[in-house]
Write a protein that binds this ligand. Structure first.
Ligand SMILES: [Zn+2]
Length: 339
């Protein structure tokens, strides 16, 4: 299928009807191009779904784009973010500053944002380099893969699954869809059969699902993500309003397709481990998996993300009893169990 993705320069703010508008907000330097920020009409002032990357060009696009639709950003009553990532929550603080509105996000992501604010720079770096070492990364690569995220503004309101967002006269319900982040939410506009899907369900690409630190065995983000896809599929063939790419019909069909993609990837990974007699590190597994370019060509930061994704798949196979981690070894190693 030919991609329908168009560059940011070809995107325009749009009136989607039914009191919903979309504004493309550029993500400087990213191949994703832009975040689609949505505005919903409300008697108290519009509510935004996501806000875009924290950058002056992005701010101009957001405030200017809203203005072309007849919305003054200072009248915004609140921003509900689908998850804490910078291309979604980045500008929420600035919108709040000019409008006095609230910021809402799921409580699990709110806890992560709190942690990011509390973490000192050196703590963050030692956490990351330790995690990379335990995954079997080459020390030189590990040094280059370390990065420090800039935390978004803390939310004023914490949402849980099933909560209604403060949007008088309408029903906008939070649907907890963990996986891409622990507190990712989709937002179901129940009176219009529309679902704001954030990064959870996108029409062409699939979101990054990783586990951090890589060797955690107390959570299963990919297992959560697959359950969250089932959850969205159960909502029925709603119109999907995603945060990237383009709007598409029948979210249930696309959710089932993404689930199938990961199920196949898990089968291939299980087979890959079964072919190797010696247990493998997370880094070795990541290097053997298929990525959008050869492993050797990936820059260190992308290798770090790929390792997180490999680790999430390993963890799901472990949780299903198909592979095991070798006890008491550092770096951590995995091997297939006989089926
Ligand atoms: Zn994201």
């Amino acid at each position: 299928m030919k991609s329908r993705r168009r560059p940011y320069a070809e995107q325009r703010p749009q009136d989607l009807g039914g009191g919903v508008w979309s504004v493309p907000v550029p993500i400087p330097g990213s191949p994703l191009g832009y975040t689609l920020v949505y505005a919903l009409e409300s008697p108290k002032g519009p509510v935004l779904v996501d806000s875009g990357w924290n950058h002056p060009d992005a701010w101009d696009a957001l405030s200017g784009g809203l203005a072309t639709l007849g919305i003054d950003v200072s009248t915004v009553s609140g921003v509900v973010v689908t998850h804490f990532h910078p291309d979604h929550a980045g500008l929420a603080g600035q919108v709040k500053d000019v409008s006095g509105g609230w910021i809402a996000m799921h409580e699990a992501d709110a806890a992560l944002v709190r942690l990011m604010h509390d973490y000192a720079a050196d703590e963050h770096e030692s956490f990351q380099s330790d995690m990379l070492r335990r995954a079997g990364a080459d020390p030189g690569e590990a040094r280059q893969a370390v990065s420090r995220p800039i935390p978004p503004a803390l939310p004023d309101r914490r949402l849980r699954d099933g909560d209604l967002v403060d949007l008088p006269g309408r029903k906008l319900r939070a649907v907890h869809t963990p996986g891409h982040t622990p507190g990712h939410i989709c937002l179901h506009l129940e009176d219009a059969d529309r679902l704001f899907t954030g990064d959870h369900v996108l029409p062409d690409i699939t979101p990054h699902v990783g586990i951090y630190p890589y060797d955690r065995d107390d959570v299963d983000p990919l297992g959560d993500f697959l359950d969250s896809l089932d959850r969205v599929a159960e909502l029925g063939p709603l119109d999907a309003l995603p945060a990237h790419e383009w709007i598409f019909p029948d979210v249930a069909a696309r959710a089932a397709e993404i689930r199938h993609h990961h199920d196949e990837k898990l089968v291939r990974l299980r087979a890959l481990l079964a072919q190797r007699p010696a247990p493998l590190t997370i880094w070795e597994v990541a290097a053997m998996m298929t990525w959008n370019r050869p492993w050797g060509d990936l820059p260190p930061a992308l290798k770090g993300m790929a390792a997180g994704e490999a680790a999430a798949h390993l963890r799901t196979l472990e949780a299903r009893g198909e592979i095991r981690r070798v006890p008491g070894v550092d770096p951590v190693r995995f091997q297939a169990l006989d089926s």
